[in-house]
Design a binder for this molecule. Structure first.
Ligand SMILES: [Zn+2]
Length: 104
């Protein structure tokens, strides 16, 4: 038996989506700690790898600085304002944590 991470419903083991709230059950998280000068390049790399649903940027004290909801076709025009925001973060923080949520 699996439990939906979003709404807590009990799910069948083979379920790919929650039957209550519809969120995918097979998400996993990866965490990176990087120097902020590499932040933008790393984010671009992560997005180009695909299957990403959300990227969260935190500072070294685990304070959330930015949450980027990644949707289909999230490249180019849609990405540009986020890159500007990331540039601001990179200028303020020496090191950042990147938490990447992915569909499996
Ligand atoms: Zn659910």
């Amino acid at each position: 038996m699996k439990i939906c991470k979003k709404c807590g419903a009990e799910l069948l083991d083979e379920a790919k989506f929650c039957h209550i709230c519809g969120s995918p059950t097979e998400t996993k998280e990866e965490e990176f700690v990087i120097d902020s000068e590499n932040l933008i390049e790393k984010i671009k790399e992560i997005i180009h790898e695909g299957n990403v649903t959300k990227i969260t940027i935190k500072d070294e004290k685990d304070k959330v600085l930015l949450e980027i909801p990644v949707t289909v076709g999230f490249i180019g025009v849609l990405l540009a304002p986020w890159l500007a925001a990331l540039g601001t973060i990179a200028a303020l923080a020496a090191r950042c944590k990147i938490i990447v949520e992915k569909k499996e």
